[in-house]
Design a protein around this ligand. Structure first.
Ligand code: TA6
Length: 281
């Protein structure tokens, strides 16, 4: 079942329920903020203090970062992670493919606001498949007559039972950029998080595994040569109005991206696809 809903403040979202899974997608940002497979815990983390308001990104789920990830290189005063997550997207397709798979396609095209921040013509779509697995694919086409450079992310917040006991596999031996001290390192072994972490890993395995007790979450990436790992920990959380004091303990971001050196230049008519498939095993 696909239902279009609205909060009292006018904030619009789509609710999806099928035999295998349920999900919620906000039209602002094409933001998937809930996904749960039957008899399994919610896969995505959502802050208890998240805003559901026009112009504010939702803290949790899968924010879409486009056309830049992090700070804008040329103008750091522009909004972090680009405008896609606070723009209203259009639903251009919705279909119940079978009783356990639902498909939604959303689209973002330029308007006065996007052109004022980034003077390029583009066609961006997000294809979401809700079923036993979650598939999410961001397609960017350059519809301009000049090339442009993009850096994007599916900034996925995973829900975990206790951050300090979680293990992330698939990054051993990879180079990473540490945004906290702005230096480069090589990862040795699997990742255990017991402090603030904000890193961009390059050339990760195609499959990243997140171990949380008996639960294993498998993340497969396509079109991505970088993966961001982030947890704000205690002090950074205090600086965010949409994080509760202990919210950081139940989340970790594993962000399928093309960040930093992995950014892409698209010539006119080029299309770039960034995709993540996630499944709880
Ligand atoms: O992906 C990691 C990161 O870039 C961090 O540096 C942190 O700022 C985070 O994203 C969240 O950004 P936001 O703009 O949503 O507060």
């Amino acid at each position: 079942m696909i239902t279009h809903k609205q909060l009292d403040n006018g904030f619009k979202y789509i609710e999806i329920k099928n035999k295998e899974a349920e999900a919620k997608i906000a039209l602002q940002g094409a933001h998937l903020f809930h996904y749960k497979v039957k008899d399994k815990p919610s896969l995505l983390w959502l802050s208890q203090a998240a805003y559901f308001e026009e112009g504010k990104a939702i803290r949790g789920g899968i924010p879409i970062c486009f056309p830049w990830f992090g700070k804008n290189k040329d103008n750091p005063s522009l909004p972090q992670h680009g405008f896609a997550r606070t723009q209203l997207w259009a639903v251009i397709s919705e279909e119940e493919k079978d009783d356990s798979t639902t498909y939604i396609r959303l689209q973002l095209t330029p308007n006065a606001h996007t052109l004022a921040q980034w003077n390029y013509l583009f066609d961006v779509t997000l294809d979401i498949l809700i079923g036993e697995a979650l598939s999410i694919a961001l397609s960017v086409t350059n519809t301009d007559i000049k090339p442009f450079e993009i850096s994007t992310a599916l900034h996925t917040y995973f829900s975990v039972s206790d951050i300090e006991t979680v293990l992330i596999k698939g990054l051993d031996g990879r180079n990473y950029y540490d945004a906290l001290d702005e230096k480069n390192y090589i990862q040795r072994g699997d990742i255990l998080i017991q402090e603030e972490v904000d890193r961009v890993y390059f050339y990760p395995s195609e499959t990243i595994d997140l171990f949380d007790g008996d639960t294993k979450v498998k993340l497969q990436q396509e079109g991505s040569n970088s993966l961001v790992v982030w947890n704000p920990w205690i002090e950074k959380s205090k600086q965010m109005n949409d994080m509760t004091a202990d919210g950081y303990r139940s989340m970790v971001c594993l962000e399928t991206s093309n960040a930093r050196e992995d950014s892409k230049v698209l010539n006119p008519n080029d299309t770039y696809v960034l995709k993540a498939i996630v499944q709880t095993l």
